[in-house]
Design a protein. Structure first.
Length: 319
């Protein structure tokens, strides 16, 4: 093995020119911190899963460098390898919610320094499986409904104008009834979306499950039934983590969650985890306590950065 770390990146993710600049800067930082690494670039959809799986089995510590799409594929590939290889991230995307779930801020130099510091610890992870047999591990949020439809359209839209996609989706959106079965609760009724949070945020720091923790062995679930145009007005509150509590959002905690359409004849909602669309409901989620070991900072630097900006931690609901 020629190096200790395998750095996997997608050269055409987002804006390719920016990705090239980010990778060159990451290489400089890795060199400055005297990290032994080898670069691997993806060549097709889900190639990062295959690469991560193979490289983990070869004994590398595997790092996903890119946005949440690349990071999720790398993480899924590593854990699926059953090798126990360490996994880490260098955030280089527009969202960066996956690295954020384990305390890594969107700072390329700092992310490389964290790799050099070599601190590791375990984190809870989520596992999702649709009734059609699609499986995925995740660190952030699994959701179904409006936000999953936005994710689907965003993944298919090369321009990635996220705000325009939200607006277009909103105008054509029709809410339906769902059933959410949890360990000790069941929700049945109308919902724009249902979010199952291992981490608290998606969509680039939108705290839909702001009280979620990655060390308690439980999902935090938010089932949202807000008029679609009023929902648009809640986005700012998601970004500054002041959404919860809300009279039209039902909150729960559970280790296992199953979500399905209440009326079988309704067109099923899409479901997604960490921005990756898995298909249609039904879907089952399971929280895995201390599910995997990651290269991460000793303290949650994302929470500290949020506190510095807003004067409180994002998981504290006090409005």
């Amino acid at each position: 093995m020629e190096a200790d770390y395998a750095i996997i990146y997608n050269p055409i993710a987002g804006k390719p020119e920016q990705t090239e600049k980010d990778i060159e800067y990451a290489k400089k930082c890795l060199d400055d911190f005297k990290i032994s690494y080898k670069l691997f670039k993806t060549e097709f959809a889900e190639h990062a899963i295959n690469l991560a799986n193979q490289l983990a089995k070869e004994g590398y510590r595997v790092i996903g460098a890119g946005g949440d799409g690349t990071c999720n594929e790398v993480f899924h590939g590593v854990i699926s390898s059953n090798s126990g290889a360490l996994c880490g991230f260098i955030p280089m995307g527009s969202g960066n919610d996956i690295p954020a779930a384990i305390g890594i801020t969107p700072d390329i130099k700092r992310a490389c320094e964290i790799i050099a510091e070599n601190h590791t610890s375990k984190s809870d992870i989520g596992f999702a499986k649709t009734d059609e047999g699609v499986e995925r591990y995740f660190l952030g949020v699994g959701s179904q409904g409006f936000d999953a439809e936005v994710a689907r359209r965003s993944n298919e839209n090369k321009d990635k104008n996220y705000n325009a996609i939200i607006l277009k989706t909103l105008f054509s959106w029709k809410s339906r009834e769902i059933r959410v079965k949890m360990d000790n609760d069941t929700y049945e009724g109308m919902a724009n979306l249902a979010a199952v949070g291992n981490g608290g945020a998606y969509g680039g720091g939108m705290y839909i499950c702001q009280k979620a923790k990655v060390d308690d062995g439980l999902f935090d679930i938010s089932v949202v039934d807000i008029g679609k145009f009023k929902l648009l007005l809640q986005f700012k509150r998601m970004y500054n983590a002041s959404l919860l509590p809300h009279p039209n959002i039902s909150e729960y905690q559970s280790k296992k969650v199953r979500i399905e359409m209440k009326n079988p004849e309704d067109e099923p909602y899409n479901c997604q985890v960490d921005g990756e669309v898995l298909g249609h409901l039904p879907v089952t989620y399971e929280s895995i306590k201390d599910g995997y070991e990651f290269i991460r900072p000793k303290t949650d630097e994302v929470a500290e950065a949020f506190k510095e900006k807003y004067g409180r931690y994002f998981y504290i609901c006090e409005h």
